[in-house]
Structures are given as C-alpha cells and as structure tokens.
Design a protein around this ligand. Structure first.
Ligand SMILES: [Zn+2]
Length: 468
C-alpha cells in the first residue's frame, strides 16, 4: 500500500515535469544535481546570525588568550596566577566569564558548566594536575529535539617547543586560540536565537598533553547517554599568512570506518562498500553542503582520513566514544608557527603569534561552524531505522524508514551518488511517506534518506542498512 502510494508520488512528480535528467543518466527520474544546484533552504535567522560573526571580536579573543602568556595544561592555576592574568587557570576563568556574559545577554539562556577532574601522571604530565573543560549549553526548546545535541569545540591549552615547559611564553594563537575563538563566537551569536535542538559550546584543556580533556568529556557524554549527533572540532583554523596558504579553503578531516564499529557492521562495510559512509563522513558532507547553502567565502575541502599523518586531535576522543566528529584545520600549516618557542633564526620567525593569523579567515570558519550547528539544531531528527530492501532481485531500489520521534518531518529526500563519487550527486524530494522506490539499481549507487521540516531544514542523511 505504502509502496504504491509512493510510486504515485514519484511518477506524479514526473508527470508534472517534462525534465528528463540527462546528467544523472537515469531516464525515468526527475532528479537534480544536489551538490551545486539544488534549491537548498536559506534560513533568514541563520543568515542574519552569520553576518554578526565578527573578525574583530575573534581577533580580540585570540589576543586575550595569548595575553595569558602560557596556557600550558601544567602551568599555574593558583589564585595569585589567576588574578595576575597568567597561566591556564586565568585563561579558564576568562572563558567561563565570557560564556556567563553571553548568558546574561540572553536572559540566562546558557547553562555554563565546568567538567573538572584530576589527570594522573603520564608522559607529558609530571605530577597530577587538575584539568577543566568549560562548556555552555543552549538547550533546545522542543523537548523531544532537545535530546539531540550538536557540539563545537576547540582546545584552549597551548604549548611551546618543550611540552613540559610550564612557564615559558606559549602564545598558541593559531593552535588553538583560533579554535577556542570559534567556539566562543558561535556561542555569542547563536545564543541570541532559539532552536528546537540543543547546542553545546565547548572548550577543552589537555590536548597538547594527550587529548586528555576531550577524552574525559567524551567519556562523560557516553556514560550519561547524551545523544551527541555531531562534533565540530576546530584546531589550527587561523589561516596562517604564509606562502602556499589557500585562504579560501578549510580542510575537514573525517574518519572512514567508525572506530567503534561492531564485527557485524564491519562485515557489512566489507561486503557492500561502506568504507566511505561513516556518520562522521556524512557529517563532513553535510558541512560542505551547508557552506554552499550559505555561500560562505571559505569552502570545506573534504579530506577522507581521520587526521593528518602522525597527528591527532580532540575529534578522535569523540570518535573513540562512538560519536560522529570531524576536524577543521587550515589548508596549509606552517610548522615554524606551531609548537615552537618564539624566536628568530636563519631568517625564519618561529612561534605561534597573533600576527600570523588571518582573523577574517577564522571568522569564515566560524560561519561554517555556526551555520552547521544552527541547521542541525533547527532540523527535525533524522529518519530512523532506514533500510533498503534486498529480498528480491530487482533493478529498482526500495527504501523504508521510520520518521523522527519529534514528528516534525513533513517530507523526506532520497539522496544518492555513484559508489566512486565523493559527495551526493542526486536528490529526490518525496512527500510525507515512509517508503520510496527509485528506478536506480542499489548495486550501482549509495543511497541515503534525510528528513525535511515545514520550513525546509534538512536533517543529516542516513545510509540504509540492508533488509534481508
Ligand atoms: Zn592543536
């Protein structure tokens, strides 16, 4: 019954349209090229918020963080250092005060919290040290959607050449005052708005000593059963002014096979070619689509690997805890300007100083983050239990799913792409049905389904599991 209704749905849209889509090589389907040309919904409220993101504010945040001289995780955090404005304790108090200030400006809309714990001795922690992650929660206004959380993070700790140096100047302007400023700026502009879903603005410590802050937070989230659907980790997003930099591109790293995939999931991935469709990678594609929708001047460059060679970051802590998480990093890093003592030699200036940061670039990266957070927090929940029928050998493909619990989906979109194509190529809008048959062979493409609300906000796409 549902299948027939849906057939009518697709074919009635065909009858209404004389377009036969030659681009996609499918003769019987009215389809669109999703990546560039689909009429995506631009939410005027989100667009206005993006214009509020300020390069000047970001510059002021980065300079303030650099002004603490060192934010080494093992630097001072006693009362005298905090009041003297030096060390990680002072940086932490300032970040907390900023979140609290934003909250006062929105009548207490943010819940500002501290996740504090003692990190035991390790290779880069010579004696037990208190770590604190600072975060602000903008709780969703729709009780069902408020369970769904999207999160932005950056690490506020810094280091210089020696990771055990806890007193020397370690400005960390790009690594990672830039990412901290992205989280703060997203909080400042988005806290003025209300969303159905929940947004967490996080800043973590302990990254340079071994991802300790993010690991603690991700494990806390897992233990509490928080439904975190997206983690945007910003680390080294300063757009360093060096030859070879591309100030129009930001890399988005995403893991391939999920870190926590079960044996059964791994078997399916091997059999059907799911290596390129982890939840983190769908998130990366969603970010790229959102940047195009809002015509942001910096474009995501999707890198299909978890992180750079020999490097890691806080998104990995979230991946390991089973959450979809990606890393934003500038197009080309200047290694003389990170993890280096401030000095000159052989005509090279070393050190992670604010003068090397492109504040306008950071603002655009913040816009991509804010647009993604706001879009996901506005969208209905994704379709649940998405399956593709495989019982019969047919050349059409039939997908079935269950609507999101929030009841806000008024339509769905079926997306697909060739198995060897990196991003979605085609989108077919269908009505408020829970089954769709598309005259394309599932053997040749990868499908996904996303929910659409009344206004046009789209959820993350969900790739179907085979139904036998
Ligand atoms: Zn970093």
């Amino acid at each position: 019954m549902m299948a027939m209704r849906n057939h009518r749905n697709i074919f009635s849209s065909l009858l209404r349209s004389s377009n036969v889509c030659g681009i996609c090589g499918v003769l019987l389907l009215n389809c669109t090229v999703y990546a560039q040309n689909a009429p995506a919904y631009v939410d005027p409220q989100i667009k206005a918020a993006l214009s509020e993101i300020s390069a000047g504010q970001i510059q002021s945040d980065i300079e303030k963080l650099v002004g603490f001289q060192t934010r080494s995780t093992i630097s001072a955090q006693d009362a005298a250092s905090v009041s003297g404005g030096r060390g990680i304790g002072a940086a932490r108090e300032w970040i907390k005060n900023e979140f609290e200030r934003f909250s006062r400006d929105c009548s207490g809309c943010l819940e500002v919290k501290t996740d504090t714990f003692t990190q035991p001795v390790s290779e880069r922690v010579p004696s037990p040290v208190v770590l604190a992650n600072i975060y602000a929660i903008l709780k969703g206004i729709n009780p069902e959607d408020a369970k769904r959380i999207v999160l932005v993070t950056g690490h506020y700790d810094s280091r210089n050449g020696d990771p055990l140096d806890n007193t020397g100047f370690a400005p960390g302007a790009n690594d990672d005052a830039s990412g901290t400023a992205v989280s703060l700026e997203c909080a400042r502009v988005l806290s003025r708005l209300k969303f159905p879903g929940t947004i967490i603005f996080l800043t973590v410590a302990g990254e340079e000593q071994g991802l300790y802050g993010s690991k603690h937070f991700a494990e806390l989230a897992k233990a509490q059963g928080w439904q975190i659907e997206a983690v945007l980790n910003n680390d080294i997003v300063g757009g360093d002014h060096s030859p070879g930099q591309d100030a129009k591109a930001v890399r988005i790293f995403s893991e391939s096979i999920p870190d926590n995939a079960t044996e059964a999931q791994l078997r399916t991935i091997r059999a059907l070619g799911g290596e390129n469709d982890s939840p983190s990678r769908e998130l990366a594609r969603y970010i790229a689509q959102t940047a195009r929708t809002y015509q942001i001047e910096v474009s995501p460059l999707l890198v299909f690997r978890r992180d750079r060679y020999l490097r890691g970051g806080d998104h990995i802590s979230f991946n390991e805890a089973g959450f979809a998480a990606v890393r934003f990093t500038e197009y080309q890093e200047n290694y003389a300007h990170q993890h280096q003592n401030v000095r000159s030699g052989n005509g090279i200036e070393y050190g992670d100083l604010p003068k090397f940061v492109n504040f306008g670039y950071v603002a655009n990266v913040a816009r991509i983050n804010a647009a993604t957070l706001a879009s996901l927090a506005s969208a209905p929940g994704p379709p649940r239990n998405v399956r593709i029928e495989t019982k019969e050998l047919v050349n059409d493909s039939t997908l079935v799913w269950v609507g999101p619990a929030d009841g806000r989906a008024v339509a769905y979109e079926v997306l697909w792409r060739s198995t060897s194509t990196p991003d979605w190529e085609h989108a077919q809008s269908i009505g408020n049905v829970l089954k769709a048959t598309v005259p394309v062979s599932k053997d040749n493409v990868i499908f996904a389904v996303q929910s659409v609300d009344e206004a046009g906000h789209r959820s993350e796409p969900i790739v179907p599991a085979p139904e036998r």
